[in-house]
Ligand binder design. Structure first.
Ligand code: PLP
Length: 396
């Protein structure tokens, strides 16, 4: 048997966590670490938030599961709340971001067939990330994560991110496309932010060609970018939105929301999930939405994001190994001029949990509940680690 009885899917650091609180994680030896990416944008309210803990424990004593062949109160409540905050008409509940996107992909294909498109395809972006199931892996614009899993799924066409001319050209020549799927801020791809004119232009192209505009807000949703959903800062309304991650603050739940004609597409029997929208997960998500609303956490994310970016930009202004510091709310990318994966183990020795994406981008996704002092501490600790790393790098 292997030293640790796991299939080898993650390159894990050798730390065993036992509990957490806010931005902090504590290992079995009692060491404290600053989690700068919240379990990859999952614990937007911080670890072990009391409102979520209370909602789960109360719900566990009332109802944990009932079949989706019936309604349940927590699920109904969450559906109304999510439609209220998103401007959508209906929701399908899943258990993860990949599953929410699978639902969106199936919805788009069905929509295409209902409009008489024989072999419908979906336009997706370079450097995107939509999940690890076969359809979402195919939609993902990263050859490295796809390699070895061929044959992939057919029916996807790819375009460069933030390039409206490319999408207009594809729209003119490819009549099989029925939908476009994209992240308003690409997370795994390196914190790449959509230009407002590009997103608005895509909305117009979708209207013109009858395509569904489907936004993957699995990572950007639930207050992280400064609005409940990122598209609300762009002044566009999509036809389909998916979300997950921060929705349950760590309790697995995903959602595929749709409006208008897209909301009319599925009929009974087309799609389903045994566990999707379970009572415990919905109770957690209801507590999350209430907390985001009551504490105005989307606005707080906007302010904290500005505070962190401004300080980092001032500290690293003119420094040659930092190429760019960018972000939207509390989704922040610090792009270095060279690959920097070695920063992660170094940061760990300093009590900081860091995440590097696209080889050279430090991605910060801290909780929306940070105090100003914690935000400043994050910047101070990160600055120290980056400077240590740069000094080490220069000596070797
Ligand atoms: N979509 C986006 C934008 C993501 O960032 C992720 C996960 O990182 C997913 C989808 C997949 O979500 P999950 O891991 O919950 O299946």
């Amino acid at each position: 048997m292997a030293e640790q009885p796991f299939l080898n899917t993650y390159g894990r650091l050798p730390i065993v966590f036992e509990h957490g609180r806010g931005p902090w994680l504590y290992d079995v030896d009692g060491n404290r670490y600053f989690d700068t990416f919240s379990g990859i944008a999952v614990c937007g309210l911080g670890h072990a938030h009391p409102a979520v803990a209370e909602a789960i424990s109360e719900q566990a004593g009332r109802l944990v599961h009932c079949s989706n062949l019936f309604h349940a109160t927590q699920q109904q409540k969450l559906a109304h709340r999510l439609c209220g905050v998103s401007g959508m008409d209906g929701v399908f509940f899943a258990n993860s971001g990949s599953e929410a996107n699978e639902a969106a992909i199936k919805l788009a294909r069905l929509y295409g067939h209902q409009r008489g498109v024989h072999s419908p395809s979906i336009l997706v972006m370079d450097r995107s990330f939509h999940g690890r199931t076969l359809a979402t892996l195919t939609a993902t614009g990263n050859r490295r994560v796809q390699a070895g899993f061929e044959p992939l799924v057919s029916g996807f066409v790819r375009a460069p991110f933030n390039d409206l001319d490319a999408i207009s050209a594809i729209a003119r020549s490819n009549h099989s496309i029925v939908a476009v799927m994209l992240e308003p801020v690409q997370g795994e791809g390196g914190v790449n932010i959509a230009d407002p004119a590009w997103l608005q232009g895509i909305r117009e192209i979708c209207d013109h060609h009858g395509w569904l505009m489907m936004l993957d807000e699995v990572q950007t949703g639930n207050g992280r970018t400064g609005a409940y959903f990122a598209y609300q800062s762009y002044g566009v309304l999509p036809d389909v939105v998916t979300t997950a991650k921060g929705l349950g603050n760590g309790v697995p739940i995903g959602a595929c929301l749709a409006r208008g004609v897209a909301a009319q597409t599925f009929q009974p029997g087309h799609h389903g999930s045994t566990f999707g929208g379970g009572a415990l997960a919905c109770a957690a998500a209801n507590a999350v939405i209430e907390t985001i609303r009551d504490e105005d956490l989307a606005e707080r994310a906007r302010q904290l994001g500005e505070r962190i970016r401004d300080r980092l930009q001032r500290i690293f202004q003119g420094v040659d190994y930092i190429r760019e510091i960018r972000g939207m709310g509390l989704m922040i990318g610090i792009e270095l001029s060279a690959p920097c994966a070695e920063l992660v183990p170094l940061a760990k020795t300093q009590g900081l949990l860091l995440n590097v994406v696209a080889e050279r981008v430090i991605r910060l996704l801290p909780p929306l509940t940070l105090s100003d002092e914690e935000a400043d501490l994050l910047v101070d600790q990160l600055t120290r680690v980056i400077k240590l790393y740069a000094a080490d790098d220069r000596q070797t």
